[in-house]
Design a protein around this ligand. Structure first.
Ligand code: ZN
Length: 285
């Protein structure tokens, strides 16, 4: 059986920096181009497994050409299990258990959740996350230099005449547009339930904050939150709205949050655990 983990250049790059990341992508692009025909993988599912007390997420991809099951770890996509046409769930679980030492060694800390990167090399077939679910970039070369992006099912259809260099901007613009409508919808919904009024919502891309609420009733929310699961997005919106009642983090404030969001502790922990990943994603924007 061919073991892709024997290739050292596919090991995760833990400390991202521009030069290393570019170099890695250049390599991957070259590799994709030269082995395109036997690397056609179809995403068929997602899973999660507990390995030595750590919850590890993985994507399941199918290859028509492979015989056995193999594992891949890449810094930008995390763990992938590649399965042949015929396989059983038990075989996948057995493989993950058998290789748990290798998986835990090579997955960087906190990499259990897969996070995309908005790089200049992001392109056709790459995956992003939108409110916790994977979406796939589909690029249609357009004639005009301007770009459009529309989400259709789990595909983000991008039409652009511009070269790939514009990708981080196209992606950020799309996430910002979504943020404007998603956050407004959620804030309007929770405002009714909580019996509160807010003034306006502003979308930002702050480095260190997910949201804030001003005494004048203006909510500021970070578009990068859209990479987090939807429950976490709800928690942040409820948290900021609760500040309209209590402009502090007092016991009364948290009681209000808990009333409308009973699992707030879990969501807050998720944000603490994954904040670096959310920020890494945006580091190239
Ligand atoms: Zn707060």
């Amino acid at each position: 059986m061919y073991w892709i983990q024997s290739l050292p250049h596919l090991l995760p790059v833990i400390n991202y920096n521009y030069v290393r990341l570019r170099a890695k992508y250049l390599f991957l692009n070259t590799m994709r181009a030269s082995t395109k025909s036997n690397r056609r993988l179809t995403l068929i599912g997602e899973g999660e497994i507990d390995l030595q007390g750590r919850s590890v997420g993985y994507s399941l991809k199918q290859s028509q050409r492979t015989r056995g099951i193999r594992l891949e770890i890449r810094s930008e996509t995390g763990l992938t299990v590649v399965v042949p046409r015929k396989y059983s769930r038990q075989q996948v679980l057995d493989m993950l258990r058998q290789k748990e030492g290798w998986i835990l060694k090579h997955l960087s800390p906190g990499k259990a959740v897969q996070m995309p990167l908005f790089t200049h090399e992001a392109g056709h077939g790459d995956r992003l996350i939108f409110m916790g679910r994977p979406i796939e970039i589909v690029i249609n070369p357009g004639k005009s230099a301007s770009s459009t992006a529309i989400l259709h099912g789990n595909k983000l259809l991008i039409s652009t005449g511009a070269r790939n260099a514009a990708m981080p901007k196209i992606l950020e613009n799309w996430y910002r547009q979504q943020a404007a409508s998603v956050f407004k919808q959620k804030a309007d919904n929770f405002r009714e339930i909580m019996g509160l009024r807010y003034n306006a919502i502003f979308i930002r891309g702050q480095k260190t904050r997910w949201g804030s609420c001003s005494p004048a009733g203006n909510l500021t929310l970070n578009w990068k939150l859209l990479l987090a699961p939807e429950d976490v997005v709800d928690y942040v919106v409820i948290h900021e709205l609760a500040h309209l009642k209590h402009m502090n983090h007092s016991k009364k404030f948290w009681d209000t949050v808990e009333h409308y969001c009973p699992n707030w502790k879990k969501h807050r922990r998720w944000l603490t655990l994954h904040q670096d990943e959310l920020r890494t994603m945006a580091a190239f924007v």
